[in-house]
Design a protein around this ligand. Structure first.
Ligand code: ZN
Length: 119
């Protein structure tokens, strides 16, 4: 089965096996659309904790893309669902390992800052 791209009204960008899910409004933001699509295409079909984590956090996205992402998501509260540590696809709930790692990193980072500042 080939790769399929589906457009939804809540997700920013996700990859599940042979399906890439992108927000429908991204069609109007070509640069961000293509950048996210490229990112999702680079994730392999099979989930691999090490490879996928390196792909997501091994390098910081260009600042212009981070700004575009925030600008895109801010007025679309449904896309904030993307930040939860779990997702729903075809009626099934699954853990979003990438987001679990994101919150873990944020927790460790902010915890370290608080420790340094106040203790
Ligand atoms: Zn990713």
């Amino acid at each position: 089965m080939g790769l399929e791209i589906v457009y939804s009204d809540w997700a920013l960008a996700n990859r599940y096996d042979d399906t890439i899910e992108l927000h429908k409004d991204l069609k109007k933001y070509k640069r961000l659309h293509d950048w996210l699509l490229k990112h999702e295409l680079e994730h392999e079909k099979e989930f691999n904790l090490v490879k996928d984590t390196i792909h997501d956090y091994g390098e910081i996205p260009p600042a212009s893309m981070l700004v575009s992402m925030v600008r895109f998501m801010a007025p679309r509260p449904k896309t904030w669902i993307q930040l939860l540590p779990f997702g729903i696809f075809k009626g099934e709930i699954y853990w979003d390992v990438s987001m679990i790692i994101f919150w873990l990193l944020l927790f460790i980072f902010s915890g370290t800052i608080i420790m340094i500042k106040f203790f």
